[in-house]
Design a protein around this ligand. Structure first.
Ligand code: FAD
Ligand code: 2HG
Ligand code: ZN
Length: 471
């Protein structure tokens, strides 16, 4: 279906000349996803700058049954922000809605528009001597609306929780153009059903999030970072448990990096350096933080690592002695997605199981994957502190990218079946989008799926919100 020109004209009028793009070269960045798995087409990219404009756009699109694809920073991993290829859907970019509407340091809260880039929100909190703790490798481009809509995880979940846990309220424009104002920054509110959570993680299929009340936290004044060399994942999980105990639960990040991931980063990403003078099977990037000035924190970290070293459960360790060294550790970690991309095609599985079962799961998943793809490089890394793993496969000297891709479906089935046996998740943090829609249909509890469909029908009876995604 092509969108009639008079409707396109009305849409242009709603947003004004600065609020749309319609030239092919201008629209290009909005039409493919970050991983280049999907490519779409659209006659118009709308860039409203107010909730009222979003409301007017949705009311009109609902009347004419036109599909709308909300887009934030377009860093998502599942093709959720890419329109269909037939040109029948509009892209609605939130990037001009980037005002911080309010920040109340006393209340530890802030109201940010959906198009605020995550780094901007973190900086605004810091300027007020507060912390907004969500942090991802894409912080410089992803937006609060995208973070909410994917219920993003990242590197501080262990301490602060996923995006859902960092939100007090949202403002949403519903499919018919009505504005649902749930922005009040209340920590307690039991007056009826809590609708806020329905829109978080909905990937734009139930409405457009236009703003959010975010929780702020005391700004950390002591941060200690270390890189520990380890015999493997099992030792990592033990170390994490010890550190949580010894520090009084002050571990903010605990990221696992297997040697193969470090090597990919060293080869493909300039500015990364081998952290020790010899290779080790795995590494944990550990961060402890306290809101107090706390000289003991470093000692706790040192002592715990020394004890584990003595027990042979840590093989070497380096505590960051400067901000530059801390940044170098993080650069190594955050370079892995880029390194994997540069190493050629990759098969990605964004999975979670209970933390205690993670090492066993990883062993079994590795065996299963290698049985299908002998010679593949298993690049299994990530936020193990919260039970999630990016269980990814890369090509190697003995397995071409083409051969790897040819087995994608078989590996996916085997890994996700294994996840299901652990009662884990086949989408720990990246969502469903279009990439995992069939996986959701396959693995989700049928009662839950039926409820999700009812909810979609109730909130978007004409199916205009991000059609073809999630369900
Ligand atoms: P987009 O990609 O633009 O959109 C994502 C989905 O949300 C789409 O379905 C879109 O339609 C919908 N959407 C966007 N804005 C709105 C809105 N205002 N209202 C309604 N729907 C909307 N993710 C993690 O969870 N943890 C990580 O550690 C992590 N690390 C990453 C590292 C890198 C280098 C990259 C490139 C990505 C990473 N991601 C990670 C994935 C991604 O950055 C996150 O999912 C992020 O939250 C997406 O935000 P975005 O603004 O780019 O959303
Ligand atoms: C990360 O943790 C991101 O770095 C990306 O979630 C994961 O590329 C991936 O598999
Ligand atoms: Zn991740």
């Amino acid at each position: 279906m092509t969108i009639p020109e008079p409707v396109l004209r009305e849409l242009r009028d709603i947003v004004g000349p600065a609020g749309y793009l319609d030239q092919p070269d201008e629209m290009e960045p909005y039409l493919a996803d970050h991983r280049r798995l999907y490519r779409g087409a659209t006659p118009l990219v709308l860039r409203p700058d107010s909730t009222e404009q979003v409301a007017a756009i949705l009311a009109l699109c609902n009347e004419h049954r036109i599909g709308v694809v909300p887009q934030g920073g377009n860093t998502g991993y599942c093709g959720g922000a890419t329109p269909s290829a037939d040109g029948s859907q509009l892209v609605l970019s939130l990037s001009r809605m980037k005002r911080i509407r309010a920040l109340d340091a006393l209340d530890y809260s802030m109201v940010a528009e959906a198009g605020c880039v995550l780094a901007q929100v973190r900086a605004a909190a810091e300027a007020a001597d507060r912390l907004f703790p969500l942090n991802l490798g894409s912080a410089g481009s992803c937006q609060i609306g995208g973070n909410l809509s994917t219920n993003a995880g990242g590197t501080a979940v262990l301490r602060y929780g996923v995006m859902r846990e960092l939100v007090l309220g949202v403002e949403v424009v519903l499919a018919d153009g009505r504005v649902l104002d749930l922005l009040a920054p209340l920590r307690k509110n039991n007056a009826g059903y809590d609708l806020r959570d329905v829109f978080i993680g909905a990937e734009g299929t139930l409405g457009v999030i236009t703003a959010a009340s975010l929780k702020l936290f005391p700004r950390p004044r002591t941060v200690e970072t270390a890189l520990a060399a380890l015999p493997g994942t099992e030792a990592a999980i033990e170390l994490l448990a010890r550190l949580r105990d010894a520090s009084g639960d002050l571990v903010t990040s605990f990221e696992l990096l297997p040697r193969v991931a470090v090597e990919l980063a060293l080869i493909h990403v300039p500015g990364t350096a081998d952290p020790f003078d010899r290779p080790y099977p795995a590494y944990a990037l550990i961060e402890l933080a306290s809101a107090r000035i706390d000289p003991e924190l470093r000692q706790v970290l040192e002592r715990t690592l020394a004890q584990a070293l003595e027990a042979g459960r840590v093989l070497d360790a380096a505590l960051a002695a400067s901000l530059a060294q801390r940044e170098a550790f993080w650069r190594l970690r955050e370079s892995i997605p880029k390194a994997q991309r540069r190493a050629g095609a990759s098969l990605k599985h964004d999975v979670s199981v209970p933390v205690g079962a993670l090492a066993r799961f990883e062993r079994e998943a590795t065996a299963v994957a290698l049985a299908i793809c002998p010679g593949a490089r298993i690049v299994s890394y990530g936020h193990v502190g919260d039970g999630s793993l990016h269980f990814n496969l890369s090509p190697s000297a003995s397995l071409s990218a083409q051969a790897l891709l040819a087995r994608e479906e078989q590996v996916r089935r085997a890994v996700h079946d294994l996840v299901a046996r652990y009662r884990g998740s086949f989408s720990a943090e990246h969502g469903i989008g279009q990439l995992k829609r069939d996986e959701l249909a396959r693995y989700a509890d049928p009662v839950r799926l039926a409820l999700m469909r009812s909810l979609k029908q109730a909130l978007d009876p004409n199916g205009i919100m991000n059609p073809g995604k999630v369900l």
